[in-house]
Design a binder for this molecule. Structure first.
Ligand SMILES: Cc1cc2nc3c(=O)[nH]c(=O)nc-3n(C[C@H](O)[C@H](O)[C@H](O)COP(=O)(O)OP(=O)(O)OC[C@H]3O[C@@H](n4cnc5c(N)ncnc54)[C@H](O)[C@@H]3O)c2cc1C
Length: 461
């Protein structure tokens, strides 16, 4: 009678409370055996772009290697089949308990509910522990128990709970059982021309490298798109290859480290907001924004496609969109610039942009993505004034001061030296290599966005 450990978005061994519970349970049971499992729902997997598929495969390969290839990977089609795969696996090793880390996003909750019910029908218990956060969603609240809608007071309250030390992998003697009818890693729909490095060991190395090289200047450099001033830990956090506890415990009280801890807290804030408002995954958190006028039809579709391809004619926007296509990642500042452009210059709905991000982002996280978009659109939690419209050209000069970021991703502009690359329309040679003309006039669209926002303004009390 083994215990089953169902890996989800916690693809690591260290600092994994739920895994330790499975190990402890197997030792208490007496036979000290744990079956490691991961279920891939092919219906979801097939919707992803190859870069995301490969990033999951890289994470699974690394996890499998860290447990002597004793990971049972099963495939499913749909939620019932998903749950059934876990039931079959548990039955084949006569397990009475399946362990996993608790999810708090709508899809994760639906999944664990379905699995829990299917297991229960066979007399098997699903034990959920911990979360992917230093402080689980739903814990931080106002004294009256209600949720924070604003980040800063959430952060202050979060600090009271967040100093939880990481937990080491249980040293109790146990063994992973041999894979049981493993279906192997899923097949990606296409190859990609870059290597994806992933896994727990890589995440820990990435953290150490960041601490050594960039953390002390994080507060000054994190907004610079042309520098590697951020941690690049988002893939690892999204796949659970590292737990935020492991990161936070390494931080002290310098300004740079506090600013970095605050970013980790943004992730936890958004998870809390989504947990308490599951509809905000796809719907406007601030409902009046659903009433705003958005562009639809052929012209709007054409602009959306140009934005997706990185052919808007605004260098900073296009560099970001092409970074997304090439790397499956985009710098945070540039995510805000391209999101503002989609909503406020093209007058499209944030969900259209978020869906595109979801297909490509290897660090895709439902809460951070939906609420990162809503923050920029002005319909989310209130940190961003809704009337802020990013100027894509000025943002370029400020956060890519020499134009290196644009040149890296926009081939047609590589012949332009220096910051002038942000305004090819001022240069005789600006369009020499076929770079597109701007698809809209930013100044005019800014006025249009403000006019549409005024139409849904809150009535004055
Ligand atoms: C429109 C939009 C969509 C986004 N979609 C996602 C997404 O799907 N997945 C995702 O992980 N992040 C998302 N973000 C947040 C942010 O852009 C990324 O977390 C960050 O760029 C990852 O790079 P990093 O690990 O080097 O970040 P660092 O600056 O090193 O930050 C460390 C960690 O803190 C967290 N973090 C940092 N900034 C934010 C933020 N603004 N909101 C939430 N968490 C943050 C991340 O987990 C990140 O890995 C989005 C932001 C915007 C504006």
């Amino acid at each position: 009678m083994a215990r089953v450990f169902w890996f989800r978005r916690d693809l690591r061994l260290q600092d994994n409370v739920a895994l330790n519970a499975a190990i402890a349970g197997s030792v208490d049971d007496g036979d000290k055996k744990v079956a490691a499992s991961y279920i891939v729902d092919l219906n979801n997997f097939e919707k992803l772009k190859p870069i995301r598929q490969h990033s999951l495969i890289a994470s699974l390969d690394s996890l499998g290697a860290s447990i002597d290839r004793k990971l049972t990977i099963r495939h499913s089609r749909g939620l019932d089949d998903f749950a059934n795969q876990l039931v079959l696996l548990a039955m084949s090793c006569e397990a009475k308990v399946v362990h996993a880390t608790r999810a708090f996003d709508p899809a994760g909750i639906e999944e664990q509910n379905a699995v829990g019910l299917a297991l229960k029908a066979e007399g098997i218990f699903l034990q959920l522990d911990d979360s992917a956060y230093a402080v689980a969603p739903g814990i931080v609240g106002k004294p009256d128990g209600s949720a924070y809608r604003v980040y800063t007071p959430f952060y202050k309250a979060w600090l009271n709970f967040a100093s939880v030390p990481p937990v080491a992998l249980s040293s109790k003697g146990y063994e992973w059982i041999e894979p049981l009818e493993c279906m192997g890693r899923p097949a990606a729909s296409d190859s990609i021309d870059r290597e994806i490095r992933a896994g727990e060991a890589f995440a820990l190395r990435t953290l150490d490298r960041f601490i050594e090289r960039a953390l002390s200047k994080y507060d000054e450099q994190r907004n610079r798109a042309d520098l590697s001033g951020t941690s690049h830990l988002s893939h690892a956090l999204a796949h659970g290859e590292i737990h935020p506890r492991t990161i936070l415990v390494k931080l002290s009280n310098s300004n740079a480290e506090i600013v970095f801890a605050k970013e980790i807290c943004w992730r936890e804030f958004y998870a809390d907001v989504l947990f308490r408002n599951p509809n905000s995954l796809d719907d406007y958190y601030e409902p009046r924004f659903a009433q705003m006028r958005y562009d639809k039809g052929e012209d709007a579709e054409r602009k959306l496609e140009a934005w997706k391809r990185g052919e808007t004619g605004y260098p900073m926007v296009d560099a970001g969109m092409r970074q997304l296509l090439a790397d499956g990642w985009m710098h945070n500042r540039v995510r805000m610039i391209v999101a503002s452009f989609l909503v406020k210059d093209l007058h499209l709905e944030w969900q259209q942009g978020a869906a595109h991000f979801e297909e490509f982002l290897t660090d895709f996280d439902p809460a951070s993505n939906s609420h990162g978009w809503q923050w920029t659109a002005g319909s989310g939690t209130d940190a961003s004034p809704y009337y802020r419209v990013f100027n894509p050209v000025l943002q370029g000069y400020k956060f890519d001061p020499n134009g290196d970021y644009v040149r890296k991703y926009v081939e047609e502009l590589r012949h332009i030296d220096g910051p002038e690359v942000h305004e090819p329309w001022n240069l005789l040679a600006g369009y020499l290599h076929g770079y597109p003309q701007p698809i809209v006039d930013h100044a005019a669209e800014r006025e249009e966005a403000l006019a549409r926002l005024a139409e849904i303004k809150k009535p004055v009390d």
